[in-house]
Design a protein around this ligand. Structure first.
Ligand code: GDP
Ligand code: MN
Length: 386
């Protein structure tokens, strides 16, 4: 689960990481009042959407009058923000963060993530922070400094100093940087974060380090122990079908192809997508209906797949281990009767009660294409979709 910048900054503030004063609002009028309440002469109006790259996409505006703040908010609110990190469909912007403007002398980068190879949390920092950090990482990776935390000791102060020296910080800024990095580690661990980024971490013209941007991805598997974070979930930032699938405990990911896949087990789902591609087709989705699935979930899965108008064929590939194939067949038949199936459906059942399931499909009077094995199923689906 991702957080908005304003939510992440509020967590930063709780952990003692300096952030600009600001307020999240949802109308141009409130943006004006927020700026007035903040005072000062320069404000920033920032689109709140689950993406970076907002600056380059017109989602971050520097304003010098209250009229400009109101104008910027009215332009940004309601826009569909398309950045180099979103899909071409973009993301809706329902809130803007109005902040006091900062005077920047340097833009640094500081981030942490789980390094899966080392099984440890790795911190990265760079003196070349700001809007081009991706290019820096790709073209001049030596400008990214790294340190890895030993979980039995936690982050040690020398690790912070090492990065601070590497960034060329001096005197009090080394202390400020170390404090921020220690706080970031504590936040990362306590809230079960999987990725945290401050880009840019600025040095102001008066020498203060401030987190000007904030990105947090939470580990969804640990959300059950952070109810206060679950409350920050913003469903408007997610793919509609994926959100609906999550409500029925279905593991669903939208893809670009024309063959809708309904499979049980993540491994079999991956193999099915490979098989479809091998025979010249493109999967429209990844869908794992789960190991112990029921007829109701099969019906929901069917609805979900068919709600995608790119789908020209449905391929059902089930291995009955714990789940019984006759129950799956029942779910497919119920779904087909209740919602209708406007496209060809290829079904391959294997394992527990497979024969019984196939017979049910054949005697249902509905027009299913059955297949005896995996290859035949994939070939039939590709042909039907073409
Ligand atoms: P992102 O593009 O989505 O990563 O959004 P950021 O929050 O990082 O903002 C993009 C850029 O806007 C930053 O790298 C800064 O250069 C600039 N920016 C943001 N806030 C301020 C500010 O208060 N003052 C100034 N001068 N620039 C700012
Ligand atoms: Mn940024």
């Amino acid at each position: 689960m991702n957080l908005h910048e304003y939510q992440a900054k509020s967590l930063f503030a709780n952990y003692g990481i300096p952030v600009p004063q600001g307020q999240s609002v949802s109308s141009p009028n409130d943006a004006r009042s927020a700026a007035q309440a903040l005072g000062g002469h320069v404000w920033v109006v920032k689109a709140q959407a689950h993406t970076g790259g907002r600056g380059k996409a017109g989602g971050v505006k520097l304003c010098r009058t209250l009229d400009e703040v109101e104008q910027a908010a009215s332009e940004i609110l309601g826009m569909t923000l398309v950045t180099n990190q979103t899909s071409p469909q973009g993301l809706p912007v329902n809130n803007v963060l109005v902040e006091e403007g900062s005077e920047i002398s340097q833009e640094l980068y500081l981030g942490a993530l789980l390094d899966r190879t080392r099984s440890r949390i790795a911190f990265m920092a760079s003196a070349a922070g700001g809007m081009n950090i991706e290019e820096v990482a790709a073209e001049t990776p030596d400008k990214i400094l790294t340190t890895v935390v030993n979980p039995s000791t936690g982050m040690l102060p020398f690790q912070c100093r090492k990065l601070a020296f590497g960034l060329g910080l001096k005197g009090d800024q080394i202390k400020q940087f170390s404090k921020i990095m220690m706080a970031l580690y504590r936040l990362y661990s306590e809230k079960d974060i999987s990725l945290i980024e401050i880009n840019p971490l600025i040095v102001t013209t008066s020498g203060q380090l401030i987190a000007l941007d904030a990105k947090i991805n939470l580990d969804s598997n640990a959300l059950y122990r952070h109810q206060e974070l679950v409350a920050l979930h913003d469903i408007t930032q997610e793919d509609e079908k994926e959100a609906a699938a999550a409500q029925h405990d279905l593991n669903y990911i939208t893809l670009d192809g024309s063959i809708g896949c309904m499979v049980n087990g993540a491994g079999l789902a991956m193999a099915t997508m490979d098989m479809v591609k091998l025979h010249g087709g493109e999967p429209a989705n990844f869908l794992d209906v789960g190991g112990g699935t029921t007829a109701e979930r099969v019906t929901e899965a069917f609805k979900l797949i068919l709600s995608d108008d790119k789908v020209k064929t449905v391929l059902v590939n089930i291995f009955g281990g714990i789940v019984r194939c006759d129950l799956i067949a029942e779910g497919i038949i119920t779904a087909a009767r209740s919602i209708g199936v406007p496209v060809p459906v290829v079904v391959r059942l294997e394992g527990t009660n497979a024969q019984q399931g196939l017979e049910m499909l054949e005697s249902s009077g509905l027009d299913f294409l059955t297949a005896k094995d995996f290859t035949e199923a994939a070939k039939k689906a590709v042909t039907a979709a073409a």
